[in-house]
Design a protein around this ligand. Structure first.
Ligand SMILES: *Cc1c(COP(=O)(O)O)cnc(C)c1O
Length: 418
């Protein structure tokens, strides 16, 4: 759907009439919009956002039904593509990303698929960063390839490699920054400029940073993709996603895929994400602060040979923190001595941290990328991506830092050479 800044108006209006916004307009600050934008109060005068659990909507007359179906009159039709709770989430997220349009989807993967179906066709080519979420790589290689869309991969931070990989058929550049698990970054302003110089669109999967830390559209990107499952929810409850961008590409092309093919977000999940957005800025600040402190502590631990965290001066793209990214984010990776056996012994010694590949939760999670999220890569591909057997990834939650440290210290002291 497409949004304009709602006008100031009175609460208690009839449903479907002019939107209610109490300071929720784009002139308000980020935290205010995260709490207020998108709720169009109904005639019931409710304070919290309602969940519209209805599959369809009724029309006042046959003529009104016809006008809505034809797109000539505004209003709800059917919850595959028009639901007020889902729209509230879309509007709030659009405001936070600084976007004209937002389309919510059933999952983060559905968001990526909807972008490709809406904006690409057979014969088109994608250039993507090598270090992508595993299912994204599979979607490109195994499924889009069947429909005549090829993908090439390059190093995320190397702009010359992006330039060299772009060919006459390339339509879309796709990246995640910072990357998973090594937190590598790309200069988004420079990449967007390159994309436009070569007649391509730039799509950024902004899952790791969220708009609280990074707003790719302001840096020149054309599309932002979210797995709302992660930090937007923030408490590991629901699966969902979103696509953001301009009215033509997202409000019409991507929305058209959703309306027709139906990878729709449920109203309940949209409501959970609305609540998640209300605490997003606070949580991202706390995740970033915890991760920064944990990274510095890890760097002093015997048995730890390298720490990867954007907020540390030894990170190769540290200069981008504070320029395109407010804070280092909640993900820390580190290498330990002893290869796979060493990494597994640290993971298995934990009693508090959750051994799971998920991230973006209040609960801290610990992962061995080489044997889980990146286990489907060949050893050569892993080596090329810098993902060693001794690498551990932590998505720092909101527990007490001292408890997280104590949980890790139990295993770190067992490592060879310590
Ligand atoms: C989890 C994730 C996805 C996929 O999202 P789902 O909601 O699980 O479908 C895409 N990109 C990144 C970076 C992710 O972490």
């Amino acid at each position: 759907m497409t949004y304009t800044t709602p006008p100031d108006c009175e609460p208690g209006l009839a449903p479907g009439s002019a939107p209610v916004c109490e300071l929720g307009g784009d002139q308000a600050g980020f935290a205010t919009r995260a709490v207020r934008t998108g709720h169009h109060r109904t005639f019931e005068g409710e304070h919290g956002e309602p969940i519209f659990t209805t599959s369809s909507f009724v029309f006042g007359s046959a003529a009104e039904a016809a006008a809505r179906f034809a797109g000539e009159a505004p209003g709800n039709i059917y919850s595959r593509f028009t639901n007020p709770t889902v729209r509230a989430f879309e509007e709030r997220l659009a405001s936070l990303e600084g976007s004209e349009s937002c389309v919510a989807t059933a999952s983060g993967m559905a968001a990526i698929l909807a972008v490709c179906m809406g904006l690409l066709q057979a014969g088109d080519h994608i250039v993507a960063s090598r270090s992508l979420f595993g299912s994204t790589t599979l979607l490109f290689n195994r499924y889009l390839s069947r429909f005549g869309i090829g993908t090439s991969y390059c190093d995320l931070s190397d702009l010359n490699a992006w330039d060299a990989a772009i060919g006459p058929q390339t339509r879309l550049l796709f990246c995640e920054t910072p990357s998973n698990p090594l937190t590598e970054m790309v200069d988004l302003r420079a990449l967007a400029e390159l994309a436009h110089r070569r007649n391509c669109l730039l799509a950024v999967d902004n899952c790791f940073c969220t708009p609280a830390l990074q707003r790719p559209l302001e840096l020149g990107a054309d599309l932002v993709i979210h797995s709302a499952t992660k930090y937007l929810d923030g408490q590991g409850r629901c699966v969902g996603g979103a696509v953001l961008g301009d009215r033509k590409r997202v409000g019409e092309e991507v929305y058209g895929v959703l309306r027709t093919a139906g990878p729709t977000l449920s109203p309940f999940n949209a409501w959970v994400f609305l609540k998640g957005l209300e605490t997003l800025e606070l949580r991202m600040a706390a995740h970033s602060q915890g991760a920064a402190q944990l990274a510095d502590w890890l760097a002093t631990q015997p048995g730890v040979t390298r720490v990867y965290y954007p907020g540390r001066p030894d990170h190769p793209q540290h200069h981008l923190v504070g320029v395109q990214q407010r804070g280092g984010g909640g993900i820390v990776a580190f290498d330990v001595q002893g290869g796979r056996a060493g990494a597994w012994s640290v993971i298995d010694a934990t009693r508090l941290l959750s051994i799971t590949a998920n991230l973006g939760d209040t609960k801290t999670t610990i992962t061995h990328p080489a044997s889980t999220t990146h286990g489907r890569l060949t050893p050569e591909q892993r080596a090329e991506s810098g993902i060693g057997e001794g690498l551990i990834r932590i998505a720092v939650g909101l527990e007490c830092l001292t408890d997280i440290q104590a949980d890790l210290a139990r295993g770190l002291v067992l490592l060879p050479g310590t």
